[in-house]
Design a protein around this ligand. Structure first.
Ligand code: N01
Length: 467
């Protein structure tokens, strides 16, 4: 957003960041094995490619370095206030301004864009006795690199995207690793490979080659969504068979295999990719525990059947509290309307980006604009261009404020809901962070990126209140 603002001639711009460095998720998640499950060339910004990615799927340090490098490359440093957590924002209708409260004092802005994301407040499970554990206890997103795992008995709770990366990375070092699984995930092959010097230099000299690779990666993912992976279909069964084949190939022990077969339909939760996860579970020093946890004690974890696992270190790979993200930063719109209350039962936004009653407020990756099948960066870029179109319109017509009409927002929501009702997330028999308390998917876009881009191409001004 900041780069595209500057490229569009908007210089009066400040990025406010709670952390002491840029990078967001890629700054905070430094757990061993952290990497992106979207190919690096496709995960980069379309207008800022990086020809020398070292692997098909980049690791956290390389992505974090790429993001830091963008600051220098696009001369953004003077536009970024680090270590400045936002604590709230209030719309001042008389002056048509946002008053933004931060831990370092108030700021004022005509336009407020949230780039807060949803996956940065750790979900700490309400397991009885959790905080009585005497050894080191930390969440994957707050990895304690001061704690050595060498030869120690390590417990990991959770088997989502974070866990399947961290387990193979730490299993060789730990004396013993116990993985506490509540729900087995669907896992597909990853086929990660180093990208050699020759290819890197080709991408450097011939930018079209990088664009071609990116295009192939994009369209194969789009095809899956277009062909029906977002609903229970023949393709779902095919993919489930492929995942079971992957499991059979990597795990010889039928008892262990049986514990790893998911009970819900593939695609209902995020489909995980790994070539190392299953092999890690076959190590003699790794135990997969599937009995429910009864309690955590000062020295380990006790299962419902009474068995006890003594542990030295306990890692929570338990995901994120998605609803906390905006709820912890009260946003107050027109006439004292609080965003969390305005939403009431279901979070919703026009095109997942703007909300009626909240003038000049844009939410990047707002409700129902995350992706399960493709690079989320593409969604963000479509939203950034839409915001810029709104800003250009404000300038051209000397508008003070812009917000969607409640009718346009309701129409959008009805469309999203209609697409969701038959979707894998609603019909797949699972619970996940995509869903709200009522089990509705409020996180993902229920279509292709192409369809979203089409909807975002040109704002329809009749869907907005312009003042
Ligand atoms: O979190 P999750 P995550 N007792 O919510 C378990 C992105 N991401 O951090 O399935 C026992 O997926 C829970 O069990 P269950 C990506 O979008 C991307 O792994 O609810 N277990 C589940 O197994 C991803 O989807 C990348 O039954 C408990 C796990 O903890 C999102 O972040 C890498 C429990 C939580 O899984 C979140 O992934 C990492 C309890 N009380 C993250 N509570 C890549 O790009 C929870 N669990 C590769």
């Amino acid at each position: 957003m900041a780069i595209r603002c500057r490229q569009s001639g908007i210089d009066d711009l400040l990025v406010v960041e709670k952390a002491d460095a840029v990078g967001g998720t890629w700054h905070e998640n430094t757990y061993p094995g952290a990497a992106c499950d979207i190919p690096a060339h496709l995960y980069a910004l379309s207008f800022a490619p990086k020809p020398d990615w070292s692997r098909t799927y980049a690791g956290q340090p390389e992505i974090a370095a790429y993001l830091r490098d963008l600051v220098a490359r696009f001369d953004l440093e003077k536009h970024i206030a680090l270590s400045t957590a936002v604590t709230g924002a209030v719309w001042d209708g008389t002056r048509s301004l946002w008053r933004v409260e931060t831990e370092r004092g108030p700021l004022e802005a005509r336009v407020l864009v949230s780039g807060m994301g949803a996956l940065h407040h750790p979900a700490i499970p309400a397991i009885p006795g959790l905080h009585t554990f005497l050894g080191p206890l930390f969440h994957t997103s707050g990895w304690d690199h001061g704690v050595s795992l060498k030869g120690r008995r390590v417990g990991v709770i959770g088997t989502g995207a974070s866990a399947i990366q961290v387990v193979p990375a730490i299993a060789p070092e730990a004396g013993h690793l116990t993985l506490f699984q509540r729900t087995p995930p669907w896992v597909m092959p990853r086929n990660d490979r180093p990208i050699g010097r020759v290819l890197q230099s080709l991408f450097r000299r011939l930018p079209a080659a990088g664009r071609l690779l990116r295009g192939i990666q994009f369209w194969t993912r789009e095809a899956r969504a277009a062909l029906g992976f977002t609903r229970v279909s023949g393709l779902t069964r095919l993919a489930e068979a492929a995942s079971r084949h992957h499991l059979r190939k990597q795990v010889a022990d039928p008892a262990l295999r049986a514990k790893l077969i998911p009970s819900y339909r593939l695609g209902c939760k995020r489909v995980l990719i790994s070539d190392e996860y299953y092999p890690a579970l076959t190590r003699p020093t790794v135990t997969l525990e599937t009995d429910p946890i009864r309690t955590v004690t000062p020295d380990g974890v006790t299962m419902r059947d009474g068995r006890h696992h003594p542990l030295d270190v306990l890692v929570l790979a338990t995901g994120f509290d998605v609803t906390a993200s905006l709820a912890r930063v009260p946003v107050v719109g027109r006439d004292g309307l609080i965003l969390a209350r305005a939403w009431g039962e279901r979070v919703a936004a026009h095109r997942g980006l703007t909300v009626a009653g909240f003038p000049n407020f844009f939410m990047l990756l707002g409700p129902n604009t995350g992706l399960g099948h493709n690079s989320v960066v593409l969604m963000i870029e479509a939203q950034v261009e839409y915001v810029l179109a709104c800003l250009a319109e404000m300038k051209a017509r000397t508008l003070a404020a812009i917000e969607p009409t409640p009718e346009a927002q309701a129409r959008d929501l009805a469309e999203v809901e209609a697409r969701l009702s038959a979707s894998i997330w609603q019909q797949g028999g699972c619970a996940s962070w995509y869903q709200d308390a009522q089990g509705r998917n409020v996180a993902l876009w229920p279509g292709t990126v192409v369809a979203y881009r089409r909807a975002m191409r040109t704002p329809d001004w009749s869907e907005f209140v312009l003042t």
